[in-house]
Design a protein around this ligand. Structure first.
Ligand code: FAD
Length: 433
């Protein structure tokens, strides 16, 4: 097992860091159990793709980059069993070679499977729940070193309680996912007027398998993404993807962000240029995971909140008006996605079909003010923040109101981890000790 003393952890967005006394990278379950039974304070980190302090510790930090194998594929049952540290991209590539795929994905695949589950990571599509809903079974190493197996059917209540777990119930060791035969997506991307899209929102959301919007603030246009599941053959060219999606779009975007960093007042025009001249309509068919995942974005700040879908139109209009009437100058897309209600205790989509509004900004300039203003509005609309992204104005009382099963989850946490071995400051700000 690789061990590093005084390890400096820096998250993907480079806005959070810590120095852990010991950093362990186990390769076997025995090593994981040994770490758990010999240390009083532990946090696990996947790939550090969370924007907040969820992974921080000054004690032991455990990483599963070397615990990332596919353990078993059952083609008949359409299930794959993996070690918890496998990255979504590794799993995508493995499954693709077998003619299989994950049912739904988020925008990138750099995360570890366990990290993505633990924070309630989601994609888009009103008939699709958060990614954790694809899990059939997982094993958890509790604070005393005992391994328990949680199965979707046999341990229904425990499963619903533990799927979104913020890394504070124990260490997820092995995960079995339900998978599907490989499929393609028909990707129709185009720009449209913000108000036209909002007027037609119900129809677009309900008639599209996977629907999302990218909105450049200070413009009245949005980029519409409609993905339809299909078995029709791929017709997109790798050369086009490399040239347009990776070379031109990514680099032009990064350049324009830099220019907008010089003078904030240029941002409105830059956003307009981006929507009008750089986003080209697309009509293509490509493998599912290549469409779900977008090229890695430039570093940026990010918050994302989940709202009851019935409030989507009024919320989006109010957010648009708020931005236009304010001094905020946002230089990054805002992302609007949809997911189906679920029954997971700590899921922001608990018992409500959900609209996700992602508020992003490329630099720190004005970020705290934007976050504060947005959170006032988000709380008024009974929103719930994504567990892996930034949030500031919320406290224990907020979480108790927002999550009817929070106290039950906390009882489970205290039962599995009576000594707060897995609880860092982030966790103790959410739950009663
Ligand atoms: C560029 C970018 C794009 C993103 N896109 C999306 C998106 O499309 N949709 C979305 O919903 N989110 C998205 N996110 C957020 C991201 O999916 C979540 O923050 C996710 O949790 C990160 O996974 P990770 O492996 O980096 O976990 P980390 O951030 O390292 O850890 C997250 C949590 O998982 C816990 N954990 C990790 N491994 C284990 C384990 N083995 N056992 C127990 N607990 C564990 C950690 O303790 C921590 O509590 C994005 C983030 C970035 C940076």
């Amino acid at each position: 097992m690789k061990t590093t003393a005084n390890y400096r952890f820096l998250n993907w967005a480079r806005n959070e860091s810590c120095v852990a006394k010991n950093y362990f990278q186990p390769e076997t379950e025995e090593e994981i159990i040994q770490i758990v039974t010999t240390h009083p304070k532990i946090r696990v980190v996947g790939t550090g793709h969370s924007w907040n302090k969820i992974c921080l510790t000054e004690d032991v930090l455990v990483n599963f980059d070397n615990y990332n194998k596919v353990l078993h594929l059952n083609k008949q049952a359409l299930q794959v069993k993996v070690q918890a540290g496998i990255k979504l991209w590794q799993l995508n590539e493995y499954l693709d070679k077998q003619g299989l795929a994950l049912k739904n994905l988020g925008s990138i695949a750099k995360q570890s499977v366990a990290g993505a589950i633990s924070t309630g990571t989601h994609g888009t599509g009103i008939n699709y729940q958060i990614l954790g809903s694809q899990i059939e079974e997982f094993s958890l190493i509790k604070a005393d070193g005992e391994k328990i197996i949680i199965n979707r059917e046999h341990d229904k209540d425990l499963y619903q309680m533990a799927i979104v777990n913020l890394g504070c119930l124990g260490i997820i060791s092995e995960v079995t996912l339900n998978i599907v035969p490989a499929f393609n997506l028909h990707d129709e991307t185009y720009t449209a007027k913000f108000e036209d899209v909002i007027n037609n929102l119900d129809n677009l959301v309900n008639t599209t398998d996977h629907f999302k919007l990218w909105w450049f603030p200070h413009t009245d246009e949005v980029v519409v993404y409609k993905y339809t599941r299909t078995q029709a053959p791929v017709n997109d060219s790798r050369l086009r993807q490399w040239f347009m999606d990776e070379l031109i779009s990514v680099n032009a975007y990064r350049l324009l962000l830099k220019i907008g960093g010089i003078n904030r007042n240029w941002r409105k025009n830059i956003n307009r240029q981006l929507v009008q001249n750089f986003i080209k309509p697309l009509n293509r068919i490509e493998k599912s995971y290549k469409v779900f995942n977008v090229p890695e974005p430039p570093l940026h700040r990010e918050t994302e909140w989940a709202f009851d879908i019935t409030q989507a139109k009024s919320l989006l209009r109010e957010y648009n008006n708020m931005i236009n009437a304010s001094a905020h100058r946002i230089n990054f897309i805002q992302e609007i996605r949809f997911t189906k209600a679920d029954d997971f205790a700590l899921s922001p989509c608990y018992q409500r079909d959900t609209l996700w509004l992602g508020v992003y900004n490329a630099d720190n300039f004005g970020w705290n003010e934007l976050l504060a203003d947005f959170e006032v509005m988000a709380q008024r609309y009974n929103g719930k923040p994504h567990w892996g992204k930034e949030f500031k104005s919320v406290n224990k009382e907020f979480f108790q109101r927002a999550y009817p099963l929070l106290a039950n989850f906390n009882l489970l946490r205290q039962n599995f981890d009576p000594g707060n071995k897995f609880a860092n400051d982030f966790i103790l700000k959410i739950f009663e000790d």
